[in-house]
Write a protein that binds this ligand. Structure first.
Ligand code: AMP
Ligand code: GLY
Length: 421
């Protein structure tokens, strides 16, 4: 089989790595990919959101399965386009991807189907949003751009002035463009966070093992949010809590999508807050998390390709449940100096050859590119080391030991991934 992976981040490098191990697969392409995917797949010079270009490539090269990593092409309807061209494509269609594409819509879905989530209020106008803030009791509130903002459209506002600044950023400064034309205010929730990714064909529901990511840029969860600075899996969650998550959130969400005529096929990511009152949905993503994918795929022992094909074909009920390596796995992301703010690109990366990949240790690239013999930085999140260990401490030690061999000017990473919290 020929498989095309769409995207160019760490998640897509991990997907290429896992897919290339399948005995069913003869060739992997990645569009646009990065310097890491180029070592195991053939990179294709097409942006992930170039829907027409990817469609033409899949048709011309008779791609048997296209696997879409990021949210943008899913929300733009890449799956629908490839289906029209009779090419199999893994991921939710445009209507189903709205669960991530519009936070306002996703919140209303929860309300309609009584899926536990924070109280919320939606506005498309600065004056009304300001009036709402003026009238409410002072206290923390969360302000979210409704549309896609690469994980950066959320402001946790402890003081009323912060919330006012956040709505001005969205409505007046247009910091997130169209994505901030609608703003969702949410009740501020406290607890531990958990990422639960579920594979579903709309009928059969296969929750993957839980993972936890670390979104804030600095140790101790300080500083602004990023796309994710690291992750680990499994997370020790009581089985009663997992049963609540599945029974109150995952299953009802997939059924709700069916009932609303938006059958969900692909990975559904539920970002949860485990509150004293039970799990609450912080966000849905219509895809795998990045970096959560990296530890999950390192732990997944089953072949991912049959699972993806069965998801597309609606035959997941015919397959055995996936098998997991019970050992903990930790991913630590190395970022460009300045990220999540402005940062330089084209900085040479040293030491990659010192880290020898194995079944227990991998360097998955994110923002990297090859120029001549050099690997250069090309994004905010540059690469991540992912390591399995006999226990969490050993997995962390292995990941950090490998990361210390890699260097580039400005490189920074969190020192507390997999610890604390
Ligand atoms: P989101 O992209 O919606 O998951 O938000 C990014 C991060 O902001 C989450 O991982 C949480 O750390 C935090 N967050 C989002 N919504 C809330 C909320 N209602 N209460 C507390 N923290 C939140
Ligand atoms: N790591 C969070 C996300 O992928 O949205």
């Amino acid at each position: 089989m020929k498989i095309l992976v769409v995207g160019g981040g760490g998640r897509e490098h991990a997907l290429c790595w896992k897919i290339a191990q399948s005995p069913l697969v003869t060739k992997v392409f990645c569009a646009p990919g990065n310097a890491g995917t180029a070592t195991i797949a053939e990179n294709v010079d097409l942006a992930a959101d170039d829907i027409a270009g990817i469609r033409a490539f899949a048709v011309d090269h008779k791609i048997d399965l296209t696997v879409v990593g990021p949210e943008a092409p899913l929300c733009l309807g890449l799956v629908d386009e490839l289906q029209k061209a009779n090419r199999k494509c893994f991921g939710p269609n445009k209507a189903a991807a709205e669960i991530e594409g519009s936070k306002a819509w996703a919140r209303e879905l929860c309300r309609r189907h009584r899926i536990p989530s924070p109280q919320h209020w939606t506005f498309d106008d600065l004056a009304k949003a300001r009036a709402f803030l003026d009238l409410r009791e002072p206290g923390p509130i969360v302000v979210k751009a409704s549309g896609l903002a690469a994980g950066k459209g959320v402001a946790i506002c402890k003081k009323p002035e912060e919330a006012k600044t956040a709505i001005i950023d969205c409505f007046e400064k247009r910091r997130f463009g169209e994505a901030g034309a609608v703003v969702v205010f949410e009740e501020f929730l406290e607890g531990q966070e958990l990422s639960v990714m579920t594979l579903t064909d709309g009928q059969t529901i296969v929750p993957f093992e839980p993972a936890r990511d670390h979104k804030a840029v600095f140790d101790g969860d300080k500083g602004p949010n990023t796309g994710g600075m690291g992750a680990f899996s499994p997370v020790p969650v009581p089985s009663r809590t997992m049963a609540q998550i599945e029974g109150q959130v995952v299953f009802p969400t997939i059924h709700a999508m069916n009932r609303e005529g938006r059958r969900y096929q692909g990975f559904l990511y539920a970002g949860l807050m485990l509150t004293a009152q039970g799990p609450r949905v912080l966000e849905y993503n219509c895809r795998l998390g990045d970096p959560e994918t990296q530890p999950l795929l390192m732990r997944l022992k089953s072949d991912l390709v049959p699972l993806m094909l069965a998801t597309v074909d609606g035959t997941l009920d015919k397959l055995d449940a996936p098998v997991w390596d019970p050992r903990p796995c930790v991913t630590v992301v190395a970022c460009s100096g300045g990220y999540p703010g402005d940062y330089k690109k084209n900085v040479p990366i040293q030491g990659l050859a010192q880290v020898v990949g194995s079944a227990d240790l991998q360097v998955f690239h994110s923002g990297t590119q090859k120029k001549g013999g050099d690997v250069l930085t090309a994004g905010g999140r540059v690469l991540a080391v992912t390591a399995l260990g006999a226990d969490l401490i050993a997995a962390r030690a292995a990941a950090y030991a490998a990361l210390q061999k890699i260097e580039f000017v400005g490189m920074h990473y969190r020192k507390d991934i997999g610890g604390g919290r």
